[in-house]
Design a protein around this ligand. Structure first.
Ligand code: NDP
Length: 287
């Protein structure tokens, strides 16, 4: 029945997923490479499968929470026949093309496939802040949606199975660059003895005040003309030079700022010094 779910992988995330499914009344079967990790789940009422094939046969829906794409292929390839007619929801973090590859493999074997990406840490699973992205087979997603909603808000991003991964990677990229910004600011202020905690607080307030500029930047990119008369490439080149100089004066490497300078200099060198600075996006595209 739709209420039977098998979870492959009981690491930090798989354990949280399996526990939540069990707690919300789903007949849950678990499998983990290191079998000992199944024990607490069995004690709480889950079934443990001795093999992946056994786990797959126990349920209509198979949720995969292994480490990476390689471990997914290593274990799913062997049970393609058992998976036929069932739905696989792959929550493993992969690149978009890895998701598409698994989706193509699933289609070849008559397996309904939904790719997912978890915008949460394990402690958030089942809580109000958990959000998960999904892409791929729409009817399959709609059918398992009630199960998936127990993990967190379920957002369907589109038929292209790579979309959930792509959005996951894009948002993680934004987060990564933002937190590197914290590191840069903290490193600069530490040179005069300001504790990281103080700089983090200042940075948080500053970024919060500046966040609406992100949408303004996006409007310029969508407009596509880069001639709104906003902050220009030349203006920003001047600004970034100051940032880099200030950092080095204080004995802090400016490596994190240099890529931005490089993109601005490329634009200026190709005659776009007067353009709105968000034109840097054109330099990011690999032709
Ligand atoms: P863990 O390192 O805690 O667990 C990894 C799991 O993968 C274990 O169950 C491990 O089994 C299993 N595994 C690793 N390699 C293999 C293999 N070759 N064959 C079989 N099983 C294997 O990772 P998480 O649980 O945190 O992460 C799982 C997935 O969830 C990852 O793709 C991660 O990116 C994603 N995710 C995690 C988040 C987090 O905050 N933790 C957030 C968002 C996504 P064993 O016990 O035998 O070692």
């Amino acid at each position: 029945s739709a209420n039977t779910v098998s979870v492959l992988g009981l690491g930090a995330m798989g354990s949280a997923v399996a526990a939540r499914l069990r707690e919300t009344g789903h007949a849950t079967t678990v499998w983990n490479r290191t079998a000992a990790k199944s024990e607490p789940h069995v004690q709480a009422g889950a079934q443990a499968a001795a093999t992946v094939a056994e786990a797959v046969r126990a349920s209509d829906t198979v949720i995969v929470v292994l480490l990476d794409h390689a471990s997914v292929r290593e274990h799913l390839d062997q049970v393609a026949a058992d998976l036929k007619g069932r739905t696989v929801v792959n929550l493993v973090t992969t690149t978009p093309n890895q998701a598409r590859e698994t989706a193509a493999w699933a289609a070849e074997h008559g397996i309904a496939y939904v790719d997912g990406a978890i915008m949460a840490v394990p402690a958030m699973i089942g809580g109000p802040a958990a959000r998960l992205l999904y892409s791929g087979d729409r009817p399959a997603f709609d059918a398992v949606r009630p199960v998936l909603e127990t993990l967190g808000a379920a957002e369907y991003t589109g038929e292209d199975p790579g979309l959930a991964s792509l959005k996951d990677m894009a948002l993680l990229s934004a987060m990564d660059l933002m937190f590197l910004g914290y590191v840069q600011a903290i490193a600069m202020m530490r040179t005069v003895g300001v504790p990281a905690a103080d700089t983090a607080k200042e940075t948080e307030a500053w970024l919060a005040a500046m966040l609406p500029s992100g949408r303004h930047l996006a409007a310029i990119v969508d407009g596509g003309t880069y001639d709104t008369g906003g902050q220009s490439v030349d203006f920003d080149r001047f600004g970034i030079r100051s940032l880099i100089a200030a950092s080095r004066e204080q004995g802090v490497r400016a490596d994190l700022l240099e890529p931005h300078q490089k993109l601005l200099e490329e634009l200026a060198a190709t005659g776009h010094g007067d353009s709105d600075w968000p034109r840097v996006i054109e330099r990011l595209t690999i032709h």
